[in-house]
Design a binder for this molecule. Structure first.
Ligand SMILES: [Zn+2]
Length: 250
């Protein structure tokens, strides 16, 4: 089976699922939303898909067969709703879609569904946490490495831990590693530092990037970004995804 699930034909999926190896479906969870003036709207889709792809070799080495599902590209993105390009859907719509996909993953015979998420709008994270609980409730093991939890956030970069984690050094580095052709370098190099912490703003009740101190839909230090940092972060994201899958399937 090709790890890119949708590129398989139906018989090869059937045969892979019959073969008795433990099969894991990975759902990359992103969004279509503004990421500053320098990154593409599909930044979170790119990060989640690349994280999933980077986890495949280690998972295959452990004996799993992997299917990376087509990504979730429309998710709750209220914080970015005021910016051109953002398409946001309600938590209920997103939840229904995730649960329907999970039901199908179970019916097809996968051993586990992994949620590879890099879209940290609080409504999206809350939806995914609730969805993971429901999916476990109907008997499908779920791996959800939640990078907004301190234990996992601590394994990522200093800027990410500070909460300035949207379109800054961290995310810009990841896109520079995965899709450098989609980074507007001239725009990136003109950006001032913006140390405002999104996570602190969430806690204080902000409801938009502007209210959170990000009038241009970015936080942190995009000028400090590098592809080298991005490759390092992908290694860490992939390792955490592998850990979560091994734990869920065990
Ligand atoms: Zn993002």
């Amino acid at each position: 089976m090709n790890p890119l699930f949708a590129e398989n034909n139906s018989p090869s999926v059937r045969d892979a699922l019959r073969r008795g190896r433990r099969t894991v479906a990975i759902l990359p969870c992103g969004a279509t939303e503004a990421h500053g003036p320098h990154l593409p709207l599909n930044t979170d889709v790119i990060i989640s898909e690349t994280m999933a792809a980077a986890a495949v070799p280690a998972l295959e080495q452990r004996g799993y067969a992997i299917a990376i599902l087509p990504p979730l590209a429309y998710m709750p993105a209220g914080f970015a709703a005021a910016f051109a390009g953002t398409i946001t859907v309600s938590e209920a719509t997103a939840m229904a879609l995730v649960l329907d996909i999970a039901m199908n993953v179970k019916r097809l015979g996968f051993a586990c569904l992994a949620l590879a998420n890099s879209h940290f709008d609080p409504a999206n994270v809350a939806m995914l946490r609730a969805a993971a609980d429901e999916i476990r409730g109907f008997g499908l093991p779920v791996a959800f490495p939640d990078f907004t939890r301190r234990k996992l956030a601590q394994t990522l970069t200093e800027e990410f831990r500070s909460g300035a984690c949207h379109a800054g050094q961290y995310e810009t580095s990841l896109v520079m590693a995965a899709r450098p052709d989609l980074v507007d370098e001239a725009a990136r190099l003109r950006l001032d530092d913006n140390p405002a912490s999104l996570t602190e703003a969430f806690a204080k009740g902000a409801r938009s990037f502007s209210e959170a101190g990000g009038p241009d839909a970015y936080f942190g230090y995009p000028r400090q970004a590098s592809a080298a940092e991005g490759f390092e972060s992908f290694k860490i994201l992939a390792a955490r995804l592998v850990d979560a899958i091994a734990e869920a399937v065990a």
